[in-house]
Design a protein. Structure first.
Length: 219
């Protein structure tokens, strides 16, 4: 009951940027990584998506997480939220400054969501059939192994600088072991393992982790 009162108070005041987050979900995690990377002062409140607050349902017709509330602005699409944060707090920039490179990064974000994130969601969804989960797990593993050498070409994914793509990939890759996806340790996959070590070792990434996410790598 007290949590419900807190939510009502937050929504009525809206004086501090607030992110309503799912501590297990990679879409919420990517937002928390952006917040930590940019050092944005905000309140992050982890909620149970199975007990979605009616107060938030009035603002988000999809009843999904994450939800960002910044005064009169409400965002519930994770990509739109990341880009809003990057534009409102431009330092350090997390998308290229030039239009062509910026458009290419946005297209890569879309491909990442349609391919890798969709498969991860299938594996994580408790309502997925065993066959669907197994196929998605195998396809995601195969694709990550096949592109692993690309991660050795630059310090970050397709870039010299940490970007929104790395926020999405870091959140996705962190969850692999907890979802039964083990990447082989081979010469081909070494660049990907090295990339994960760089991302997971960043102070901002460590700061972004929820209690549940910390447990994912302790099992």
């Amino acid at each position: 009951m007290s949590e419900r009162k807190d939510i009502r108070a937050i929504l009525s005041k809206r004086s501090v940027m607030t992110v309503f987050s799912d501590g297990q979900d990679h879409y919420s995690h990517r937002i928390r990584i952006v917040l930590a990377e940019k050092g944005i002062t905000s309140q992050v409140l982890d909620l149970d998506p199975r007990d979605y607050p009616s107060e938030l349902a009035e603002l988000n017709p999809y009843c999904s997480l994450p939800v960002l509330v910044d005064r009169d602005l409400v965002l519930y699409d994770s990509r739109a939220t990341m880009e809003y944060l990057d534009e409102r707090y431009p330092h350090p920039p997390m998308l290229p400054l030039y239009p062509v490179a910026r458009a290419q990064s946005r297209q890569l974000l879309q491909r990442l969501e349609r391919d890798w994130c969709r498969r991860l969601d299938t594996v994580a969804n408790s309502h997925s059939s065993a066959a669907a989960s197994g196929n998605a797990r195998a396809e995601l593993t195969e694709e990550l192994v096949s592109v692993a050498p690309v991660f050795g070409e630059r310090p970050f994914f397709m870039s010299e600088d940490f970007s929104l793509l790395d926020c999405c990939l870091g959140a996705l890759l962190w969850r692999l072991p907890a979802l039964g996806i083990e990447l082989p340790s081979t010469r081909q996959t070494k660049p990907l393992h090295d990339y994960m070590a760089r991302i997971f070792g960043r102070d901002s990434f460590k700061e972004s982790l929820s209690i549940t996410e910390k447990e994912m790598r302790r099992r």
